[in-house]
Ligand binder design. Structure first.
Ligand SMILES: C[S@@+](CC[C@H](N)C(=O)[O-])C[C@H]1O[C@@H](n2cnc3c(N)ncnc32)[C@H](O)[C@@H]1O
Length: 261
């Protein structure tokens, strides 16, 4: 873990550094990778406002993840935020857990630029930002790995379970993996009811046609496994798994890496 807030802002340009030690290895956005602006069909600068029109109870979900992190009883815990985006979750975790350090990983340099702007004033000395793909990025030994609305970018059960295995191995004993995301129902009737709930939220802001267009575009790029599948994957790699919060189809799931007996 390096000290200082550090981010590579564009694919080809120089590092923008705050504070000290420009020693981190930064990876570069792969050519052809999908940006958040393309994926959500918005301007990145609008993200913080638009995400609330897309995701019901977004703030509650983030606060729940931050509350889970607060439960770690270690001085100066290291938190890894996968798909940090504009830093909204990171800000809550760092605030909820004073003295913590945070590594944020994201594939989109524009989003990292916004995270940098959000975190630089209060948290420049305890945060590091890395531009890269979290699936194959180096994961340091951490006390918590958190993610919101990010892990649905992993497309297959096999890849996701393997990734959960890597998270498990990188955590300290007593550490936790917390993910807030869309987790579907096993039963198709319940799943379509959940989709209606989601659609109704978006209809407060968009026409039916717009909502259909958004959801169809995301369905092409995102993969929502069921809550049961997620819990099974976590348990399969060694976690003790729990659902901490549910506003279907969204939920916060926690995987605990138990202390040695
Ligand atoms: C919908 S945003 C969520 C951002 C933030 N966690 C939040 O809750 O507002 C998803 C973020 O994950 C990032 N992302 C998606 N797949 C990624 C990957 N494989 N590696 C790194 N970042 C990824 C995107 O660039 C984006 O910033």
């Amino acid at each position: 873990m390096h000290t200082g807030l550090l981010v590579k802002q564009t694919v080809e340009s120089a590092y923008l550094m705050l504070a000290v030690e420009p020693t981190a290895t930064l990876t570069i956005l792969e050519e052809g990778a999908v940006s958040v602006a393309q994926h959500l069909n918005i301007k990145v600068s609008e993200y913080d406002q638009r995400i609330r029109t897309f995701i019901p109870s977004y703030d509650e979900m983030l606060s729940t993840v931050a509350a889970a992190v607060r439960s770690i009883q270690k001085p100066g815990p290291l938190i890894v935020d996968l798909g940090i985006g504009t830093g909204a979750l990171a800000m809550r975790c760092l605030t909820a857990s004073p003295g913590s350090r945070l590594l944020g990983i994201d594939a989109d340099p524009q989003m990292l630029g916004l995270a940098l702007a959000r975190l630089r004033r209060r948290f420049s000395t305890c945060t590091e930002l890395v531009n890269g793909d979290f699936v194959d990025a180096f994961l340091p030994r951490a006390h918590a790995i958190v993610a919101t609305l990010a892990l649905h970018h992993i497309r297959t059960l096999k890849a996701k379970q393997q990734f959960y295995g890597r998270c498990f191995r990188s955590l300290h004993r007593g550490g936790l993996l917390v993910s807030g995301d869309c987790f579907m129902a096993d039963h198709p009737r319940l799943a379509s009811q959940y989709m209606e709930t989601w659609r109704a939220h978006m209809r407060e802001y968009y026409s039916a046609k717009q909502v259909n267009k958004f959801l169809a575009a995301w369905a092409n790029e995102d993969t929502y496994f069921t809550l049961r599948q997620e819990l099974n994957m976590l348990v399969a790699v060694g976690f003790q798994a729990e659902v901490m919060w549910r506003r279907a189809p969204f939920a916060v799931v926690v995987g605990w890496k138990q202390q040695a007996k």
